[in-house]
Design a protein around this ligand. Structure first.
Ligand code: PEP
Ligand code: MN
Length: 264
């Protein structure tokens, strides 16, 4: 079902408000790593609206490496994200990690994110395959492209055709970036499948100083959109403090990306 064979047309996922992913225009998804408070979330939402961004991200169920790190605000976080987004005309995307949370989350998220750590969680993939809501599927930390497309197939095989893929970097021996952004994944996924493909420049690089060239490269390679993390005061962030852009940095990033002519 994910394969390009027998499916020549690109799939266009239509979000509420007729916002399209995989069509003629690029999609910018921005927002904090974690939803931390109403003030933090509303500050970002206001900035995104002003910048012309349409989809806001924010983690409420955080899959952290250490069990002692901030785990997210859970359902309260989803409610905070939804209210801030509604007040600023934004759509919401947030990661769901447990099939038992899906039903309750449907009121709060316009797109369900499946995180890199859960790309191989087949019961979760089947569960989101049964809902009528777009899913953004992240590539696993060490997943091959074949495994990535099989994970998407799990979702689609249960009936949900609204699937978007996102390259978020893979584990290699390289230490100067957080992960290795596999730019070749973009044209390969576009050739092998008809699904929209996005690139997460935050988790792939972990470096603010190269996010702009990496976003340009992603779009030049055929990506349908970019995900990036934005926080009002990254130094105090409860997760990913080192790599979230502040609002001014985001505005510069987005302006530069748009003026490059590659962002459609
Ligand atoms: C995220 O986008 O919030 C996240 C945890 O990313 P990943 O699953 O790619 O590590
Ligand atoms: Mn993050």
């Amino acid at each position: 079902l994910v394969s390009r064979k027998g499916h020549k047309e690109d799939t266009v996922v239509v979000l509420p408000g007729d916002i399209t992913v995989g069509g003629l225009s690029s999609l910018m998804v921005a927002g904090p790593c974690s939803i931390e408070s109403e003030l933090q979330t509303r500050t970002v939402a206001a900035a995104l609206q002003k910048a012309g961004v349409k989809v806001m991200r924010g983690g409420a169920f955080k899959p952290r490496t250490s069990p002692y790190d901030f785990q997210g605000l859970g359902m309260d976080g989803l409610r905070i994200l939804r209210e801030a987004a509604n007040d600023h005309g934004l759509l919401t995307i947030s990661e769901i990690v447990d099939p038992r949370h899906i039903d309750a989350a449907l009121d709060y998220v316009d797109i369900i994110q499946i995180g890199a750590r859960n790309m191989h969680n087949f019961e979760l993939l089947k569960a989101v395959g049964e809902v009528n809501k777009p899913v953004l599927l992240k590539r696993g930390l060490s997943a091959t492209l074949e495994e990535f497309l099989h994970a998407a197939e799990y979702i689609m095989s249960r009936g949900n055709t609204q699937v978007m893929l996102i390259e978020r970097g893979i584990r290699t021996y390289e230490k100067w970036t957080r992960n290795t952004l596999d730019i070749s994944a973009v044209p390969i996924l576009k050739q092998e499948s008809h699904l929209p493909v996005l690139v997460d420049v935050t988790h792939s690089t972990g470096r603010k100083d190269i996010m702009l060239p990496c976003a340009k490269a992603a779009l030049a390679a055929g990506a349908d959109g970019i995900m990036i993390e934005v926080h009002p005061d990254p130094a105090t962030a409860l997760s990913d403090a080192a790599q979230q852009l502040n609002i001014e940095e985001f505005n510069t990033f987005f302006t530069d990306l748009k003026s490059s002519g590659i962002y459609r």
